[in-house]
Design a protein around this ligand. Structure first.
Ligand code: CP
Ligand code: NVA
Length: 317
C-alpha cells in the first residue's frame, strides 16, 4: 500500500492489516498506553469542502501518534488561486510526510498521488470515501464479530459513500444491496468492480430501485444525506425524489431483528432517516464516528510509519 485513494486499489490483506491495527490502537488508547508511532512526522491536510469528523479525527489521530497535523484550507493556499496540482504535490512532498485531501474531483486526488513522493490519503471526493467505509467495516465487525456472510443494505443516493461501501463489502465477502431512485444509481464501473470481487469472495451485489427488496434480511442498514456537498442547488428536487427512500421505523422493521443502523454523518433527521431510527437502540452512529479516528490512525501508521501492515497481524473475518 503506497496511498489510500480507493478500496478498489488495495487488497483484502491490506484491509485485514488495517482493521487489526485499528483494533490494537483503539485498545491501547483506551488503556492509556501511548503509541507514538509517527513521532516527528507531519501530515498536510488539504480541505476544499467542509468537515467535522474527518478533520478532527485526522488531527487528533496525528497528535496521538506523536506527529503534527497541518490544516490547509484550499482557499488559503495557492492551490485555490490556480497553482497546479503538480507543483503543489512536489512542494508539499518536500515538507510533509503524508498528505490527506478532501476535494471534489477524484482525478485531482489521483494526480496528487501521481506527483507526490509521500503517501496520499483520500479524505472524500465526489466519487469515493474510503476512510469512511473502513471505519464502517470496523464498526460492523465490533457489533457482529464477523464480516463475511453478513448483508448490508444501503438506501438512498448512489454517492461516494455508497461507492466505497460497494468496494469494501465485496472485498471482505459481505453482501451489499443498494436501493436508489431512478437517475441516482451508483457508478456502473464501480458496481462492475464490486460484482467481480463479490464473485471471488462468494457474496452478492444487488442493485435495485426498491428499498424493501434491498433491506430484506439485512444485518446492517445504511443511509447518507440526499444532498451531498456540491449538490446544494438540487436540494428541493432531491427531497421530493428521495422521499420513498427514507429509513424510518417501518422500513427498518423489514431488516433483520438485530440489524444495526449506520450513517456516515452529518445526518438530516426527518429527511434520509427519522429520529426513532437514528436515535434508537440499534443505531451505532457514534461508535462509527469514533472509529474514524482508530482506522485513520492505522492508515497513517501503515503508510507513513517505519513498519509494514503485515507486521501488525491480520484480522480474520
Ligand atoms: N463522515 C464524514 O466524513 O464527516 P465529515 O464531513 O464531518 O468529515
Ligand atoms: N455524501 C456526503 C458525505 C459526507 C461525509 C457528501 O459527499 O457530502
Amino acid at each position: 500500500m503506497k496511498h489510500l485513494l480507493s478500496l478498489h486499489e488495495i487488497t483484502v490483506e491490506d484491509i485485514k492489516h488495517l482493521l487489526s491495527l485499528a483494533i490494537k490502537l483503539k485498545k491501547e488508547l483506551k488503556s492509556g498506553i501511548p503509541h507514538p508511532l509517527l513521532k516527528g512526522k507531519t501530515l498536510g491536510m488539504i480541505f476544499s469542502k467542509s468537515s467535522t469528523r474527518t478533520r478532527i479525527s485526522f488531527e487528533v489521530g496525528m497528535y496521538q501518534l506523536g506527529g503534527y497535523p497541518l490544516f490547509l484550507n484550499s482557499s488559503d493556499i495557492q492551490l485555490g488561486r490556480g497553482e497546479t496540482i503538480y507543483d503543489t504535490a512536489n512542494v508539499l512532498s518536500r515538507y510533509v510526510d503524508g498528505i490527506m485531501i478532501r476535494t471534489f474531483k477524484h482525478s485531482d486526488v489521483e494526480d496528487l498521488a501521481r506527483y507526490s513522493t509521500v503517501p496520499v490519503i483520500n479524505g472524500l471526493t465526489d466519487l469515493l470515501h474510503p476512510c469512511q467505509a473502513l471505519a464502517d467495516l470496523l464498526t460492523i465487525y465490533e457489533y457482529k464479530s464477523k464480516l463475511e456472510g453478513l448483508k448490508l443494505a444501503y438506501i438512498g443516493d448512489g454517492n461516494n459513500v455508497a461507492h466505497s461501501l460497494l468496494h469494501g463489502c465485496s472485498k471482505v465477502g459481505m453482501s451489499i444491496a443498494v436501493a436508489t431512485p431512478k437517475g441516482y444509481e451508483c457508478n456502473e464501473e464501480i458496481v462492475e468492480h464490486a460484482k467481480t470481487d463479490a464473485q471471488k469472495t462468494g457474496c452478492n451485489v444487488t442493485i435495485t430501485h426498491d428499498p424493501v427488496e434491498a433491506i430484506k434480511d439485512a444485518d446492517v442498514v445504511y443511509t447518507d444525506t440526499w444532498v451531498s456537498m456540491g449538490k446544494e442547488a438540487e436540494k428541493e428536487q432531491r427531497i421530493k425524489i428521495f422521499k420513498p427512500y427514507q429509513v424510518n421505523k417501518e422500513l427498518f422493521s423489514k431488516a433483520k431483528e438485530d440489524a444495526i443502523f449506520l450513517h456516515c454523518l452529518p445526518a438530516y433527521r426527518g429527511f434520509e432517516v427519522t429520529e426513532d431510527v437514528i436515535d434508537g437502540p440499534r443505531s451505532a452512529i457514534f461508535d462509527e464516528a469514533e472509529n474514524r479516528l482508530h482506522v485513520q490512525k492505522a492508515i497513517m501508521v501503515i503508510l507513513m510509519g517505519e513498519r509494514h501492515g503485515a507486521d501488525y497481524g491480520q484480522l480474520e473475518f
